[in-house]
Design a protein around this ligand. Structure first.
Ligand SMILES: [Zn+2]
Length: 275
């Protein structure tokens, strides 16, 4: 673990700021209080915690977990984004380790919530994944076009049947994004495996088949999916698939080549984050 935490004292707070001014000039760290205010503002935009509170399975899966920023100083170097890539830096909020089961995630408009105990050697790669989600928040229309042009997936504006919607694991990264359909018929989503003991880490990728209003659980019954995307962990939504494919060098598939070839269409403009 690369994380060293300590109490917020004038000495180590000054040290942290000095440290950051050298290592990460574009993004000074924010205090626990400011992070809390940021989460309050994010909640006004996406209503994530409200949605969790209204769904019994999502509520149960997060029971006893502390969805709060840490008030400790976290001495981890936050790597800057690669300037040759179109990914915005976002603003990291260090969270209590149990927040959302320790799963890194984003909140609007540009916050990246990371457990304060996250392994430092994995930080760069995970931040890349999360920065892709920040880009999806910044440029929703461009992303909708890219997903359509690269993958042929189109926005599906209908809603899932309530018995399926009820079982979905709420994912803050895609909460404000529309559903997409593959070949106009198959809508990927993730549902809890065990409804008596729902866990944020035990989910199953399924496809809602629009014409028959049924769920398919076997990827081999989804025409062309495996051939195009390969086996993607947590491929519950094209935004997640893109974040995994573009942040993991070990993954290769036709879908990755297709989206890589049109990434140049994304604006490179991080200026709005220098507030
Ligand atoms: Zn993700």
């Amino acid at each position: 673990m690369g994380s060293v935490t300590s109490k917020l004292t004038p000495e180590n707070n000054a040290r942290n700021q000095n440290f950051s001014s050298i290592m990460r000039p574009e993004r000074p760290p924010i205090s626990g209080n400011d992070a809390l205010q940021a989460l309050v503002a994010a909640e006004r935009i996406d209503g994530y915690m409200l949605a969790v509170s209204k769904n019994r399975y999502n509520r149960k899966a997060r029971f006893g977990k502390n969805y709060m920023p840490t008030f400790d100083v976290v001495d981890m170097v936050i790597p800057s984004p690669d300037p040759s890539q179109p990914w915005p830096s976002g603003q990291v909020l260090w969270m209590e380790p149990s927040a959302d089961g320790g799963l890194p995630h984003t909140r609007p408009p540009y916050y990246i919530c990371m457990p304060k105990t996250y392994p430092e050697d994995k930080l760069q790669n995970t931040l890349l994944h999360e920065r892709i989600h920040v880009s999806q928040r910044m440029y929703p229309n461009e992303w909708i076009d890219m997903i359509k042009n690269a993958w042929g997936m189109t926005v599906w504006n209908d809603t899932l049947p309530s018995n399926i919607e009820d079982r979905r694991r709420l994912n803050p990264d895609i909460l404000m994004a529309p559903h997409f359909a593959w070949k106009n018929e198959y809508v990927p989503c993730s549902i809890f495996v065990d409804l008596t003991d729902p866990s944020l880490n035990k989910i199953q990728l399924v496809w809602y088949h629009i014409p028959t209003r049924t769920i398919r659980t076997d990827v081999n019954t989804i025409p062309g999916w495996k051939d195009f995307f390969g086996i993607i962990p947590h491929g519950e939504h094209p935004y997640e698939i893109a974040a995994y494919l573009l942040s993991d060098d070990s993954l290769s598939c036709r879908a990755k080549n297709a989206i890589n070839s049109i990434l140049f269409k994304l604006p490179i403009n991080d200026k709005i984050y220098f507030m």
